[in-house]
Design a protein around this ligand. Structure first.
Ligand code: GAP
Length: 453
């Protein structure tokens, strides 16, 4: 079997996402809306498992981080103070030949001449700044006084609530505030499936510390974040921590890493880990006139803390998880003939469905009853799927294709019809090795929980 090329692989992934209900185009029946996506029944589970795991390791398993959930609409003054209103722009170029609007850094260059990537045209406007924030109006009037923006990042609500969260949580430096939520950017050129979208989710942590510890925490969080990606099943070889060079860093940042992943369409950023110094809190203190200082009870000093920010994209990570998991191998069909098997080799921790339960035959009542009993036994512990239709081999394949790591089959041995010693045992099939083991029904919850978490 010849290996698919990267672009064939990506096409297969996009088609699988649609066919099996991971990701659909938004407003599809009306022709879609560029840069917007809907997550179907399996996509929403995958996304939720990712966010829950992030929350677990970043908030619940630590003493030094608390969470918050800020509003998407905020006072326009926030975006003036943060610098977004003036500088959150991408350089945009128009192609006069095909009328495409392009990001200046996405032009192709041939023999030193910049060209339109769509039509090859060389008649391009000079770059001009295009602000990426979506404008909206709050209330019944539509004028400057009611103008604000959909947030382009979740971070700013953390900065402006820094003092309130500090007071209620009574944390001492270093400590962090975490948030998961939607962000919106009117990207000039959304592309690569969900990779660059106009509406997406972020998982952001603002980790406040003393100035002299900033660089140390930057390295600490880079390592923690790399570990996170490995723990959700992304191979270390496909992850890269790029040190962002001085000239490409935000002017206020003293150090930034981009965590990148080898997507089929190239190496691209999954997450930025940035040491943002005291820039954001200082800006908001200056603009609001409200103190955002920290009082150190030991030294009796007041100062604005510095911050290290690991900022990850939910949608990009979901896409990386699907790309990483997609594989094709060969397995025998019902008649023993080898056929191509599509498998999503998700880590059990993030797989949308953890276990599928099958009665061997759907017209044998005792098999069906036992299988449903097992579903009820497992449901308090995990998301389980019951399937009784079609040949058992087909049912396994359907689950392989959506990445369900375990399959439980109830057969006549479960009923004790062949060997009384096997009564109340089932076969437990492993998605990746396709090996089956016989296990007592009563042990299923503990066996599966230990393999999933
Ligand atoms: N608060 C810092 C911040 O927002 P960023 O590098 O602009 O930094 C952080 O964004 C992460 O958000 C990115 O690494 C990426 O995963 C995700 N992200 C940004 N723009 C995106 C887009 N248009 N579509 C999908 N994800 C995006």
């Amino acid at each position: 079997m010849s290996e698919p090329t990267d672009s064939q692989r990506m096409e297969k992934i996009v088609s699988l996402c649609k066919r099996r209900g991971f990701i659909f185009q938004s407003s599809e029946i009306y022709g879609g809306l560029n840069g917007c996506w809907d997550y179907g029944p399996l996509g929403v589970e995958l996304k939720r498992n990712l966010k829950n795991y992030w929350w677990r390791v970043v908030v619940h398993e630590r003493d030094d981080v608390v969470g918050m959930d800020g509003s998407i609409l905020m006072n326009r003054a926030v975006w003036k103070a943060s610098g977004h209103e003036d500088t959150f722009t991408d350089p945009m170029v128009d192609c006069r030949s095909c009328k495409a609007r392009l990001r200046a850094d996405q032009l192709v260059e041939k023999k030193g001449i910049k060209q339109c990537p769509n039509c090859g045209g060389k008649d391009l406007t000079s770059p001009r700044a295009f602000n990426l924030m979506f404008k909206t109006f709050v209330g019944a009037t539509e004028d400057e006084s009611s103008l604000t923006y959909l947030r382009p990042e979740t971070a700013q609500s953390i900065f402006v609530q820094f003092k309130s969260v500090l007071e209620v949580s009574r944390k001492k430096l270093p400590f962090g505030i975490a948030q998961i939520g939607k962000a919106f950017r009117n990207e000039i050129n959304p592309r690569n499936f969900t990779f660059r979208s106009r509406e997406f989710e972020q998982m952001e942590l603002e980790y406040f510390c003393r100035a002299e510890e900033g660089m140390q925490w930057l390295d600490y969080w880079k390592e923690e974040r790399l570990k996170f990606y490995e723990n959700i099943g992304i191979a270390r070889d496909n992850l890269h921590a790029l040190t962002v060079p001085d000239e490409e860093r935000a002017f206020y940042s003293k150090g930034t890493y981009d965590i990148e992943y080898d997507f089929p369409f190239g190496r691209q950023e999954l997450e930025g880990v940035a040491y943002r110094t005291d820039y954001d809190l200082s800006q908001h203190q200056k603009a609001s006139g409200k103190s955002l200082e920290y009082f150190d009870e030991e030294t009796k000093q007041r100062f604005i803390p510095h911050v290290v920010e690991p900022s990850a994209g939910v949608d990009r990570t979901v896409l990386a998880l699907i790309c990483e998991a997609y594989s094709e191998d060969e397995a025998p069909d019902e008649k023993g003939k080898m056929e191509t098997r599509i498998v999503l080799r998700f880590h059990p921790r993030i797989a949308p469905i953890k276990c599928a339960v099958f009665p061997l035959l759907k017209n044998k009542e005792p098999l069906v009853a036992k299988a449903k009993e097992i579903v009820a036994l497992l449901r308090p512990h995990m998301y389980v799927f019951y399937d009784e239709t079609g040949a058992i081999g087909r049912r396994y394949r359907r689950q392989d294709e959506i990445g369900t790591p375990f399959g439980v089959t109830v057969d006549f041995e479960t009923l004790g019809e062949k060997d009384p010693a096997l009564r109340d045992t089932v076969t437990l099939r492993d998605r990746d090795s396709m090996k089956q083991e016989r296990v007592p029904v009563k042990d299923l919850p503990s066996i599966l929980v230990s393999r999933i978490s």
